[in-house]
Design a protein around this ligand. Sequence first.
Ligand code: KG4
Ligand code: ZN
Length: 339
Amino acid sequence: MATILAIETSCDETAVAIVNNCEVHSNIVASQIDVHRVYGGVVPEIASRQHLEMINLCIEQSLSGAEYQWSQIDAIAATVAPGLVGSLMVGVTAAKTLAIIHNKPFLGVHHLEGHIYASYLNDPQLKPPFICLLVSGGHTSLIYVKDCGIYEMLGSTRDDAAGEAFDKVARLLGLSYPGGPAIDRIAQTGNTEAFPLPEGRISTPEGGYHPYDSSFSGLKTAVLRLVNKLQTENGQILPINDLAASFQATVARALTKRAIACALDYGVKTIAVGGGVAANSALRQHLTAAAANHDLDVHFPPLKLCTDNAAMIGCAAADHFNRGHRSSLSLAVQSRLPI
Ligand code: KG4
Ligand code: ZN
């Protein structure tokens, strides 16, 4: 059993956790959403400065919340990639410094591997192989999880991430950042069939469609055209509830189709979902129903573990630590890195 102090600062959450393998002993997340909201999205320079202000406090809170002493910590982990470089550097530098001061091993963790491990936190009985559908503000990935550290990226987005599409469409509808929860809320009273929208399929050179890749920029443009047309016809009154419901259902259908195709093609019985968009009610309904039709299991971790947090990074690091893996203190952060 490994006890890990883990740090996650890849985007706009300063997060520190203490985990014992898959057991969470503290999970501190300082969100910067309110700071970035006025800009309509995450401003990288502001994010790294906020991480600097919050990191020490989060580390102290994590230790005191779990009533842990440094002597009880086996290793220190941090997200090293992918993400905003300035933000990653704050977390990684803090982790390396603590590793040196307290003479502990350091482990660098891939952010997407962390999201995969969030599923184990919620359900330690979950065993690979499974398909991970990771849908956040920065990623739309379908990953075949074969074992610890053995992953195959089956599909991704060719343009906007799913959460990014929610945020951009929300702006078109006059809703505030982050757009996903706002769209989800008003879509509850909207008609999903009001506006047929394109699902965004990727053509192959053979004349077919890529079964696992997504594209959301065409869908976003279709909503923009519709908004302009409706505004011209009706003045300022937009049927935003119907637009939100139609958009959300289209995204949910597209993601569900691709996740089910991966599971069936790879003979896998389980789909685990992660990332902020996993909170979306339409995605939950569509995927749960489609999985039941194909006799597949779906795991939706609690929202606190779907969105960025350090417990998932610690859980991934613990598995690597138990297998004897260690990272060099010269390991550098990277904005992009395939899993
Ligand atoms: O995983 P996350 O907290 O941060 C990263 O992007 O890494 O995901 C945030 C994204 C935002 O784009 C937000 O709009 C979206 O998740 N989101 C949702 C919902 N809740 C959050 N999208 C759709 N429906 C929701 N209920
Ligand atoms: Zn994330």
